[in-house]
Design a protein around this ligand. Structure first.
Ligand SMILES: Nc1ncnc2c1ncn2[C@@H]1O[C@H](COP(=O)(O)OP(=O)(O)OP(=O)(O)O)[C@@H](O)[C@H]1O
Ligand SMILES: [Mg+2]
Length: 145
């Protein structure tokens, strides 16, 4: 059975609050009895995706869903979108603003890291905005014992 654990809004350029979605998701997943290791892996992906919405989009929302055998997180934002998904997925490729770089972002590693930690990743983008869906499979050993 699939259930929505949480939905959050993410504000554009709100670097002061960046990481909030990742920490709330972390808490929600721990409450589900999921292991530290599993939760850590999911949190890395959520954090990178959250930051991307903050620094690259005009704002968006995120939904965290849980099914018996997976956690799925969907980020939907409003423009400007990604011109080339292929470039965006390349390690070190970044269009981060001066503001984002000054705040420690812009290494061009977020999307490659999300790909590495997740079990499934779909990225769709147009000038209207970007949707990222990431899924993490839950196996028996993903629960705290
Ligand atoms: N939600 C988004 N909206 C618009 N562009 C995006 C979005 N997410 C990623 N991008 C584009 O893809 C590029 C690569 O993203 P990625 O997360 O890999 O690196 P980064 O955010 O630039 O740097 P880092 O994640 O290492 O701090 C970004 O520089 C940006 O051009
Ligand atoms: Mg990034």
């Amino acid at each position: 059975m699939e259930s929505t654990i949480t939905t959050y809004n993410i504000e554009r350029n709100d670097i002061g609050n960046a990481g909030t979605v990742a920490s709330l998701t972390k808490r929600a997943l721990k409450r589900q009895g999921l292991s530290r290791e599993f939760v850590k892996t999911v949190t890395i992906g959520v954090y990178e995706a959250e930051i991307n919405v903050v620094i690259h989009s005009y704002g968006g929302e995120v939904t965290v869903e849980k099914a018996d055998d997976y956690i799925e997180i969907i980020f939907k934002d409003v423009g400007p979108g990604i011109e080339s998904i292929e470039n965006a997925m390349t390690e070190g490729w970044s269009t981060a603003s001066k503001y984002a770089i000054e705040n420690g972002f812009g290494a061009g590693m977020g999307l490659p890291n999300i790909k590495a930690v997740s079990d499934e990743m779909d990225l769709h983008s147009s000038k209207e905005g970007t949707t990222l869906r990431i899924r993490f499979y839950i196996t028996e050993d993903c629960y705290e014992r």
